[in-house]
Design a protein around this ligand. Sequence first.
Ligand SMILES: CC(C)(COP(=O)(O)OP(=O)(O)OC[C@H]1O[C@@H](n2cnc3c(N)ncnc32)[C@H](O)[C@@H]1OP(=O)(O)O)[C@@H](O)C(=O)NCCC(=O)NCCS
Length: 164
Amino acid sequence: MSSTAAIHGAVTLAPALSGDLDEVMHVMERAFSPEFGEAWTRSQCAGILPMSGVLLTIARTGADEAQGFSLLRTAADEAELLLIAVAPKARQQGIGRRLLDHFIGHAEHCGATRLHLEVRDGNLAVRMYRAAGFETSGRRRNYYRGHDGTQFDALTLVRGSSPA
Ligand SMILES: CC(C)(COP(=O)(O)OP(=O)(O)OC[C@H]1O[C@@H](n2cnc3c(N)ncnc32)[C@H](O)[C@@H]1OP(=O)(O)O)[C@@H](O)C(=O)NCCC(=O)NCCS
């Protein structure tokens, strides 16, 4: 039996502020397994939000419940997707791809020509990133540390032109 529930009502994306962090952490705690050490803490999120070029976006259903979020940063001609997550029950219904497309659109609107992200090697999200035109540019060994101390490599992915 699938643990995914059909989402009723339109999903809307909206910019969020520090006052929305409760909702973000609610999704974060469900979306990321502590096995892999990929989730951010509330203080990490709160610390980055005031920084220049940082954008937090929440995906909500018509019922106003947060189903997912993304966190990105743009700087000059570069943009980085810092986090993207969808609540387990809302997955495989296109919300992740909408958040990713929003990142790409926002980055291009801001003048970024090179888009980056990091993802744990083996994360199913890699498939989504590749479908959106991201290619592997490197590997960071033992970048993530899970709750039992096990370490996992990160892949760095890039989309767009190479630096001159
Ligand atoms: C990655 C994640 C955001 C995808 O969200 P989602 O709403 O389920 O994604 P979508 O429904 O838009 O699917 C987009 C693509 O992702 C891939 N994908 C999503 N779920 C998948 C699964 N269970 N198995 C394989 N591929 C999958 C597919 O390529 C899919 O495209 P397709 O439907 O055309 O095949 C979600 O699984 C998640 O929150 N994971 C935990 C957090 C995480 O690891 N984030 C990434 C690192 S920051």
